[in-house]
Design a protein around this ligand. Structure first.
Ligand code: GLY
Length: 357
């Protein structure tokens, strides 16, 4: 199945059309505590199908993406006597599409769902491509399924109230997609600044469409991440290490920020191993420094960061650290490995580029 991607700011109309096309099934909306309060009333106004739907609310926050919340969700679907033909509308960020998508994939062996992402990060990443699931046993996304939604309705109308940090966090994944695509797309993405008060949400929608197109084409070729989809992990090996480090030291950084900084370190490694062009590396590093600032590390932090990289579940063995690297913009190379000396050298250059050294 291939999910239908709809880019429009007329969200209610799009949802009603999808529901009508599906034969007007019963609709259940899954929202988190925030979207239930702030976004659902807007969609109720705009969509007949949502106005007439039952609503299940889940607690917001990644720590609530757990078995208990999933079990509550299954129970609520049972209590509502939902059937396999009931349509689930996931209204929220990544927590909702992961949890609601997994509940829909498993309840009565699978019901259809539509994702309506309400954050930029969810619009360009989590809501597209069918990764669903929960955290389990202290491991993120340990239990889940690849299960694509029937459709994703992507708009920018819910972003106006998002904090600046959340917009930039999502935008980092758009930089990543552009790096995986081509120089023209990268030029468009680096030519736009998603920063208030200049932030122009009308100009953002076509950029999101281009960005989601990159992810969608990759997922189409490798839905279950046996090969090419690993390209989407670019920036995430170092990024996850920065993120884990920030949590451990009680100064948590948003996921996308960690990925933005991780991409710089991994572009440096790409240059060292595969000759990724210096000029583009500097261009991306300057953009990241200007908009995201720097993740401050010293060489004393390297052993701890490398320990986090070793724990990354993408590694085939504890001794080899795996990366997706880039030969050039649009030319990812999956399953690269780097030794400790190279990673330390890349982190040194990262600090230079971020004016930390
Ligand atoms: N977030 C990366 C992927 O969906 O594969």
């Amino acid at each position: 199945m291939k999910e239908k991607l709809i880019f429009t700011n007329l969200v209610g109309e799009a949802v009603d059309t999808l529901v009508a096309e599906a034969g007007n099934p019963r609709v259940v909306v899954v929202a988190d505590t925030n979207t239930a309060q702030y976004v659902l009333p807007l969609l109720v106004n705009d969509s007949k199908a949502v106005a007439g739907a039952e609503v299940i609310t889940v607690k917001s926050g990644d720590s609530n993406k757990n078995l208990e919340a999933l079990s509550d969700l299954w129970k609520r679907l049972s209590d509502l006597e939902a059937t396999r033909s009931t349509l689930v509308v996931n209204l929220g960020g990544g927590l909702v599409s992961d949890l609601g998508g997994f509940a829909a994939a498993t309840y009565k062996r699978g019901m259809k769902c539509i994702n309506v992402p309400t954050t930029l990060l969810a619009a360009v990443d989590a809501s597209v491509g069918g990764k669903t699931g929960i955290n389990f046993g202290g491991v993120k996304n340990q239990i889940g399924a690849f299960s694509e939604p029937a459709a994703v309705v992507i708009s920018t109308i819910y972003f106006n109230t998002l904090p600046q940090q959340q917009i930039l966090s999502g935008y980092a994944e758009m930089i990543k997609h552009a790096l995986l695509e081509d120089s023209a797309t990268l030029g468009r993405i680096l030519g736009y600044s998603p920063v208030y008060p200049l932030f122009d949400s009308a100009a953002l929608l076509p950029l999101i469409e281009a960005s989601v197109g990159v992810k969608s084409r990759i997922v189409e070729q490798d839905a279950t991440e046996t090969g090419l989809r690993k390209a989407l992990n670019f920036g995430h090996t170092v990024g996850h290490a920065f993120e884990a480090f920030s949590y451990k030291h009680q100064s948590p950084v948003p996921h996308g920020y960690a990925v933005a900084w991780g991409m710089i370190a991994e572009l440096v490694l790409s240059h060292m191993q595969l000759g990724f062009p210096t000029e583009t590396l500097h261009q991306v590093a300057d953009y990241v420094l200007k908009n995201y600032g720097a993740f401050e590390i010293t060489c004393d932090d390297y052993p701890e960061l490398i320990k986090f990289m070793r724990q990354d579940k993408k590694n085939a063995s504890p001794d080899a650290i795996s990366f997706t690297l880039l030969e050039a913009v649009g030319q990812p190379k999956i399953d690269c490995t780097a030794d400790i000396k190279d990673i330390e050298a890349a982190l040194d250059i990262y600090r230079d580029l971020m004016h930390l050294a």
